[in-house]
Design a protein around this ligand. Structure first.
Ligand code: BTN
Length: 327
């Protein structure tokens, strides 16, 4: 059963700007009409605002711009209604927090979001710069009923679904740069870090961490980052409602997760990958430890490995590595 604030906000969102009477709200959360007032005051303290008219009730006039747990949770419905949203002011890393929650028995799936991270991490032990600047740091926790072989496509499948969601909301052309980056017009807008705990032939838990540059204008980025990174705001020329965006992405991830569990993602990924593959047909260099392989990127195979066509025409399958697009 969602908490009372979530029920109230859901009711206002469903009313779509119309009035909701105090008695309806009282019945909804099982309290007296007089007590409804104190719930409204608590919501006001979080950045919501309401117009109150004696004969009509309350009308929602403002939602918080800052990340808000009740607002995000109230928008999680349908496939995502079982996702619990947890919003923190500060954390070392949302991936680490998600792993701790899973280890402590938190029911999955859930999403943990933080306004800032003190030790945000990226792939290959890199740091993920995570100040409080309107960007998104989120980790989705699962206890998937899938085999380790199904996990190999997990990040790619979630990546194209996140791109589709972003594109439809922000009107940008977000694509996946194999294996875990999201790019817009050649610049990185997001990174995904998937971490899983496996046992023999079973995945015990999986955490998908998403660092998405949303409303940062890039002024606080280090110089080397400015060259290669972008934000949705920079690419689309406008800011975005982060609460709406994270709710929509979570809804999309919930659907994608169901498809992963029932196996229908395989055909969908095969069909949609070419649309979202930022490397397709490009001359690339792939670094794997000490080795460097050059060639043309030719999509992915059924396991998610990158197909690289070398100069001699031979095909190399890359399961890991760092890709650079050659000019
Ligand atoms: C990469 O591009 O190397 C992946 C970056 C992933 C960053 C996100 S931010 C939310 C989550 N928490 C972390 O510590 N990392 C991921």
């Amino acid at each position: 059963m969602p908490d009372s604030h979530v029920l109230i906000i859901r009711e206002f969102l469903a009313a779509d700007g119309d009035f909701v009477s105090g008695s309806e709200l009282a019945e909804l959360i099982g309290v007296s009409r007089v007590s409804v007032w104190s719930y409204m005051e608590k919501l006001k303290a979080q950045g919501f605002d309401f117009e109150a008219v004696r004969s009509k009730g309350y009308r929602l006039t403002k939602v918080p711009e800052e990340l808000n747990q009740a607002l995000i949770q109230s928008r999680l419905q349908h496939a995502a209604e079982h996702f619990r949203a947890i919003v923190l002011d500060e954390v070392d890393s949302t991936n680490s927090e998600a792993e701790r929650l899973i280890a402590n028995g938190e029911e999955a799936p859930f999403v943990v979001i933080s306004r800032l991270q003190t030790i945000g991490r990226g792939r290959l032990g890199r740091i993920w710069h995570s100040p409080q600047n309107g960007n998104l740091y989120a980790s989705f926790g699962f206890r998937p009923q899938i085999s380790p072989t199904q996990m190999s496509l997990f990040t790619l499948w979630m990546g194209i679904n996140i791109c589709e969601c972003i594109n439809s909301i922000c009107r940008v052309n977000c694509q996946v740069k194999w294996p875990n980056d999201l790019h817009i017009e050649g610049k990185k807008v997001a990174g995904i870090l998937t971490e899983a705990r496996m046992e023999a032939d079973q995945v015990l838990s999986a955490v998908l961490g998403l660092g998405l540059n949303v409303n940062s204008d890039g002024s606080d980025w280090p110089a080397e980052l400015k060259e290669i990174a972008t934000s949705l705001r920079q690419s689309a020329g406008q800011s975005f409602d982060i609460n709406k965006l994270v709710s929509a992405i979570t809804g999309r991830i919930a659907i994608a997760y169901k498809q992963l569990a029932d196996g229908s993602h395989r055909a969908a990924l095969k069909e949609r990958w070419p649309i979202y593959d930022t490397l397709a047909g490009k001359k690339i260099s792939l670094i794997q430890g000490e080795n460097r392989i050059s060639g043309i990127a030719r999509g992915i195979d059924t396991s998610g490995a990158l197909v690289v066509e070398k100069e001699d025409g031979a095909r190399f399958l890359a399961r890991a590595g760092e890709v650079t697009i050659e000019k």
